[in-house]
Design a binder for this molecule. Structure first.
Ligand code: PXG
Length: 290
């Protein structure tokens, strides 16, 4: 027996979890999603993720066929059905089945599914020794054209960047805005430490306001580390004392080399290590119990 998938109100076997080739999520990337994690039977920041999913859906005029409370219960039910205590959760809502035209009015009902699975992590070495990234040629989408706060099923911009990073022999890509300012990585936000302060680009640089990003900013403030959102260039990154990425899957991943330039001591920095420890502690206590 394979994993159970929550699909349109029912738990079905993964081999039976199928959607139509006329689904506009597939034909046009017309839909929204979230990636969530659970740690030791605690779903981390579940409310925040569900709130963000509903905001994404509201902006694209997509009606989610359940309440936020029902959605949180469905996530927990799917995790329980699969007996997963430490898991990755993918929540997806698409426009649903329509015809071959773009018109979303042709789609009667949204398609909703929840996949819960084992989490694929960066190797331990990344957290111990740090990771190398490169700037890629593909800029982040113009936020004026597609607001990055909409976590939509259109990830081609990020996928192209990921391919460029892989071609360059590294695991992650640094994406700039169309004007050449630092934005984010393909599925992670970026931070630096400079003069002892924690700096990260503002949302108007064209980035997703990550839930991990918000969490790390809060942890830093609690630790009396000054936190600022500032536009930054690659020069600022190259000359930072420390650098790291944040995301649901990556948590806090130290960066020690960017475009061939070593960052700080070329090892995960002391502030980064402190924040990693505080974040790990939070994931053990903060969350929806199941
Ligand atoms: N930026 C983008 C563009 C993202 O898609 C983040 C930042 C980090 O946000 P959170 O809320 O997770 O701190 C994301 C996260 C993955 C994966 O498997 C992650 C994301 C999307 C697709 C895959 O790592 N989103």
């Amino acid at each position: 027996m394979g994993l159970k998938i929550y699909l349109n109100g029912k738990l079905v076997d993964a081999s039976e979890a199928k959607i139509s080739v006329y689904d506009h999520g597939l034909l046009y990337g017309d839909g929204v999603f979230e990636g969530i994690r659970s740690y030791g039977s605690l779903v981390f920041k579940l409310k925040e993720h569900v709130d963000r999913l509903f905001e994404s859906a509201h902006t694209i005029l997509l009606k989610i066929p359940m309440t936020k409370k029902e959605m949180m219960e469905a996530v927990v039910a799917t995790l329980k059905a699969n007996k997963l205590t430490d898991a990755y959760v993918r929540l997806v809502v698409t426009r649903g089945t329509g015809d071959l035209g773009l018109d979303p009015r042709k789609c009667d009902k949204a398609t909703l599914f929840i996949i819960t699975d084992k989490i694929v992590l960066y190797p331990e070495r990344v957290y111990r020794e740090g990771m190398e990234i490169v700037t890629v040629p593909t800029p982040r989408n113009l936020p004026e054209a597609l607001n990055p706060q909409i976590k939509s099923l259109n990830y081609l911009n990020n996928i192209l960047a990921k391919i460029e990073a892989t071609n360059a022999g590294v695991q992650e890509a640094l994406m700039l805005s169309a004007h050449g300012y630092v934005a984010e990585c393909t599925g992670d936000n970026i931070f630096i430490i400079k003069g002892g302060a924690l700096l990260t680009p503002p949302p108007y640089a064209g980035l997703l306001k990550g839930i991990t990003r918000g969490c790390v900013m809060d942890l830093a403030r609690k630790a009396k580390i000054p936190v600022r959102e500032e536009m930054m260039t690659r020069h600022d990154l190259y000359n930072a004392e420390e650098c790291f990425l944040t995301g649901t899957a990556a948590e806090i991943a130290p960066i020690v080399k960017i475009d061939g330039r070593t960052i700080g001591s070329a090892k995960p920095g002391t502030v980064t290590l402190r924040l990693m420890k505080a974040f790990r502690a939070l994931t053990k206590t903060d969350g929806v119990k199941y």
